[in-house]
Write a protein that binds this ligand. Structure first.
Ligand code: NOJ
Length: 639
């Protein structure tokens, strides 16, 4: 079976309020995201996860929902969501929405009804209990925000309701079948519009202990959760999304720091969450042993079919370039390289791709409910050196790292991230290859993905690894802190037609076309006896014609860039599967542009090119499939 899209994917988290503001009101919006789709497409991400778009009084910035089926006016409208889905899809990207099933806003009409009387229609959609005789809460559960009791009294009926977070975020009673049915419908409402799935808020704690028993002393959460029943709900949701033809995903916010507990959120590996956020990895220090332990520990305890997901930052935790890298650009690159080359889905938080740091938001500008506050990781995305915002809702931080400048600088973090994503897309090793740890010196993390190897020197000293000296993180700006070897290319000339393309049984390369549009090689696999690569090199061809199993002939245009001829090799012009099998209706997505990755070490390359294999020249274009011209068609058919 083909590997599903979400396993190969790089997801990109859009924190909507701070991503891009299309109408100058200081708050990011859906049209702003639409305006930035070309940028995200250029970056190479596969799907966007948007923080809640639904209607909310914004006590917790969207995570207190008062209408699950409409859009918060400041963000736009349902039409904008629809347009975003279509526009993204046209660029080969998908949209994942945030769903907040654990609690509603206290302003949700269900709760307005529920609190009015004990016999109200929606009363049992929430969790109610009588206070103790002395007026204190019914048990020792504590709210995540503020740390006070998780129970709020209501004068209307004298009972208290449960809120795991703010009093304005009222926990739903997930033992109630009506609640479950309602959310099945809410999910379908969005899935039917064409979204690719949900990021599930608080996925680790949906169903509460039915008897509302006290949490034990050593319990690490404020509210006692019935985990088996929570899993039952996850299986139910999986049943809902699995009724859709094209895979839709459930990406769970699973705040558990124990890998065995995390593994249980996957169920058998195919019946609960598709992806469960791995917070132990997020919070591991940037040290070889620590990261390796989490990755190997994850592999050891996950069911065979479970697929990991890695993330470094999000809208709730301090940004990783500050938190684990101390702002050091080389460490930032190492962290990003690991994120994007590990076996699993990768999630970038907006700004990660430019190495955006945590912002120290002045007290009088803070907007978060939390005392310490999460504003510092939620500040507006700096698009230009002056930010590109007018009077934003949160202040911009340092804008030295901004999209415009980094995009123009081939050596920037942004171009580095783009290059690694391009590599990941084009090399099957990084999509499906197994992860194998390799012996490495102290503080060096080395692993194989399929036939490719990633080596990261996370120490403060140079380290030798198999004949290469790896510069220490954070010291020598011109040297490479790591190395990435792809499949051996030793016996390949530059500008080869990808061998695996030729080897595919269901695909035949029908011909190679030169700059003048003349067919220079017909059926190169059985051509004039010469290796087609030579013809390619001689003729500087432009196109490869690919005949698919169904007889349809597609033309893949190859523009071979020669900026740095020695460093240019055409290994795989595009991920085969994407290129050949899943060609979306508009054409084939092909990327070719120079990828230098970690090979910034020109001297070392000159010394021993074999150790520093060239990286791809890639440029993103959509190629329209077209029929072969008659002459070529005849040639391809051997006439
Ligand atoms: C997790 C969300 O990411 C966070 O922002 C929110 O405050 C809590 N869940 C409560 O919904």
């Amino acid at each position: 079976m083909d590997q599903p899209w979400w396993q190969k994917a790089v997801l990109y988290q859009v924190y909507l309020r701070s991503f891009a503001d299309s109408n100058g009101d200081g708050v990011g919006d859906l049209r702003g995201v639409i305006d930035k789709l070309d940028y995200l497409d250029w970056l190479g991400v596969d799907a966007l996860w948007l923080s809640p778009v639904t209607v909310s009084p914004d006590k917790d910035w969207g995570y207190d929902v008062s209408d699950y089926r409409d859009v918060q006016p400041v963000f736009g409208s349902l039409d904008d969501v629809d347009e975003l889905i279509v526009e993204a899809r046209e660029r080969g990207m998908r949209i994942v929405l945030d769903l907040v099933p654990n609690h509603t806003s206290d302003r949700h009409p269900w709760f307005a009804d529920a609190r009015a009387s004990r016999t109200a229609r929606y009363r049992d959609w929430y969790l109610w209990a009588d206070p103790r005789p002395d007026g204190s809460p019914p048990n020792n559960w504590r709210a995540a925000f503020g740390g006070g009791p998780a129970w709020e009294p209501t004068p209307e009926t004298g009972q208290m309701y449960l809120h795991s977070f703010l009093p304005e975020q009222v926990d739903l009673d997930w033992w109630n079948e009506n609640v479950r049915n309602e959310f099945d419908d809410v999910m379908r409402f969005w899935l039917d519009r064409g979204i690719a799935g949900f990021r599930l808020d608080v996925a680790h704690a949906i169903v509460k202990d039915r008897e509302l028993r006290d949490v034990p002393n050593d319990y690490d959460k404020g509210v006692l959760v019935d985990i088996d029943e929570t899993f039952a709900v996850l299986r139910r949701w999986r049943g809902v999304v699995d009724t859709y033809e094209e895979a839709r995903i459930l990406l769970g916010e699973t705040w558990v720091m124990d890998l065995e507990r995390l593994a249980r959120f996957y169920g058998t590996g195919t019946d609960q969450l598709h992806l469960a956020f791995n917070f132990p990895y997020t919070f591991a220090p940037l040290e070889a042993a620590a990261l390796r332990d989490v990755v190997e520990g994850t592999r050891a305890v996950f069911p065979p079919e479970a697929w990991p997901v890695w993330m470094l930052s999000n809208h709730d935790i301090p940004r990783f370039p500050t938190r684990t890298c101390g702002g050091d650009e080389r460490k930032i690159r190492c962290a990003l390289l690991a994120l994007l080359t590990l076996r699993g889905t990768a999630v970038l938080y907006q700004g990660d791709e430019i190495g955006l740091e945590q912002v120290d938001v002045p007290l009088d500008r803070r907007r978060d409910v939390e005392v310490e506050g999460r504003d510092g990781c939620r500040t507006p995305m700096p698009w230009t050196s002056d930010g590109g915002w007018s009077d934003p809702w949160l202040p911009l931080g340092e804008t030295t790292r901004n999209v415009e400048d980094e995009r123009a600088d081939p050596k920037s973090i942004l171009n580095f991230v783009r290059d690694v994503i391009a590599l990941r897309r084009s090399n099957a090793d990084f999509q499906s290859g197994s992860y194998e740890p390799l012996e490495a010196p102290d503080s060096v993390w080395a692993y194989r993905r399929g036939d490719s190897t990633v080596v990261l020197n996370l120490s403060d000293e140079p380290r030798a690894y198999e004949g290469t000296t790896l510069a220490p993180c954070g010291l020598l700006a011109d040297e490479a802190p790591g190395r990435l070897d792809r499949r051996p290319l030793a016996d390949r000339d530059p500008h080869l037609v990808p061998e695996d393309l030729l080897e595919r049984r269901d695909v035949r390369v029908a011909g190679i076309r030169d700059c003048d549009d003349d067919l220079v090689v017909a059926d190169p696999a059985h051509g004039d006896g010469e290796h087609p690569a030579r013809d390619l090199q001689r003729k500087h061809p432009r196109d490869v014609e690919i005949e698919r199993g169904d007889g349809q002939v597609d033309v893949l245009e190859l523009e071979l860039h020669r900026e740095r001829p020695r460093q240019v090799a055409l290994e795989q012009p595009a991920a085969r599967d994407q290129l050949l099998a899943e060609a979306h209706p508009g054409g084939l997505a092909v990327r070719e542009r120079d990828v230098e990755l970690l090979g910034r070490d020109q001297a070392a390359f000159d010394e021993d090119p074999a150790q520093h294999r060239p990286h791809l020249v890639r440029e993103e274009r959509v190629i329209q499939p077209r029929r072969l011209p008659r002459k070529a068609e005849a040639l391809a058919q051997g006439r």
